[in-house]
Design a protein around this ligand. Structure first.
Ligand code: UT7
Length: 325
């Protein structure tokens, strides 16, 4: 059975910055509160005429160049997103079209902030069948499209951006194991109320601002710490590993305090934890590939890496891989 190796990583954010001081000007908040409660200093905002497929296009171009692949060789592209360009069609097919991946099929995977981890494990299964040789996984979001900037409890957290990886069939290293979980109790605790098939958008719902993300921050906070910590421990135990054997923990970037609590509860020193939330905020399915992209120079062949995430749904889980280059 071939292994699914990550052979390249890419990332993309726009240049436009939305800082804490910018937010201070439009709502009742301040840099000190946001920094101490979340660790976030600024986020990136995609231009109005760009969407998730533009993140995908940029990332695919990087991945093809870095992995010495031709566009025609890619078999499949999975796009993890909950803020795709349209409800129909899916964004993955649009990315394939824009990037000239003429032989690839594609589909979107919506597991909110856990989307990249779920999509990476899904993609690995395709490679392991032996029938698919090159699969691209993108995780990207335009969260600012769903922010109500009159709601200071949620809108300060999120930003736009994303990244992705090229997965290729190989002998050594690669994606090894994952523990993925879900609990529909989360349906009521983090959602966009209207705009789906249950409550199609109409003027009344628009006026009531039901097209934006709302959440129960405190509940999510507790569950995120528990969910990420417990699945990291489970995946370590199942693979006879301890925290000492792991070079990098790559947590979903939702709140620096959540990340600190997870690291603390499973004895991971913060020097081994990837962290870039200060610059980008929470980009949902985009955070983990954005971390891998930024820390690429510090990743070495054979490094044991654990990805861990928690998001709307609820969805959560941890994935163990060995870095392949
Ligand atoms: O990927 C999953 C997505 N979601 C999450 O991960 C969210 C997880 N939760 C969190 O990150 C935190 O719960 C928040 C950052 C959302 C909130 O932090 P908190 O420490 O749980 O604050 P809180 O909700 O308990 O609010 C404390 C106070 C309240 O005032 P009072 O009632 O104590 O007077 C809030 O009204 O802070 C107030 N507050 C703010 N103040 C200034 C809430 N938002 C703000 C704000 N600026 N932006």
């Amino acid at each position: 059975m071939p292994n699914a190796l990550i052979t390249a990583v890419g990332g993309y954010v726009s240049d436009k910055i939305l800082s804490n001081s910018d937010l201070e000007k439009i709502m009742d908040t301040n840099d000190e509160w946001i920094t101490t409660r979340t660790g976030i200093k600024e986020r990136r905002v995609l231009p109005e005429d760009q969407a998730v497929s533009d993140i995908g296009l940029n990332v695919v171009q990087q991945l093809l160049a870095k992995s010495n692949s031709r566009a025609e060789e890619v078999d499949l592209l999975i796009c993890a997103t909950c803020t795709g360009d349209y409800i129909i069609p899916d964004t993955a097919n649009n990315i394939c079209y824009k990037s000239g991946l003429v032989n690839a099929f594609g589909f979107d995977l919506n597991a909110a902030c856990s989307g990249f981890v779920f999509a990476l494990y899904t993609a690995a299964q395709f490679i392991e069948t032996g029938r698919y040789k090159k699969v691209i996984v993108i995780g990207g979001e335009k969260m600012t499209s769903y922010m109500n900037y009159e709601d200071r409890t949620t809108s300060i957290l999120f930003g736009d951006g994303g990244g992705g990886v090229m997965l290729e069939a190989g002998e050594e290293y690669g994606v090894i194991d994952a523990i993925l979980k879900g609990d529909g109790i989360g349906c009521q605790m983090l959602k966009v109320e209207a705009g789906g098939s249950l409550k199609p958008m109409n003027q009344e719902r628009l006026d009531n601002r039901e097209g934006f993300v709302t959440q129960d921050g405190r509940q999510i906070y507790k569950r995120a710490v528990n969910g990420m910590s417990s699945t990291v421990v489970e995946v370590l135990e199942r693979n006879n590993l301890t925290a000492q054997d792991i070079r990098w923990l790559v947590p979903h970037q939702a709140n620096e305090r959540i990340i600190n609590s997870v690291a603390n509860s499973i004895d991971f020193p913060m020097e081994k934890v990837m962290l870039n939330i200060a610059k980008y905020g929470n980009t949902s399915a985009g955070t983990i590939p954005l971390c891998l992209w930024e820390y690429e120079d510090q990743l070495n062949k054979g490094d044991n890496v654990i990805l861990t995430s928690f998001g709307g749904g609820f969805t959560w889980g941890s994935l163990y891989l060995k870095w392949a280059y």
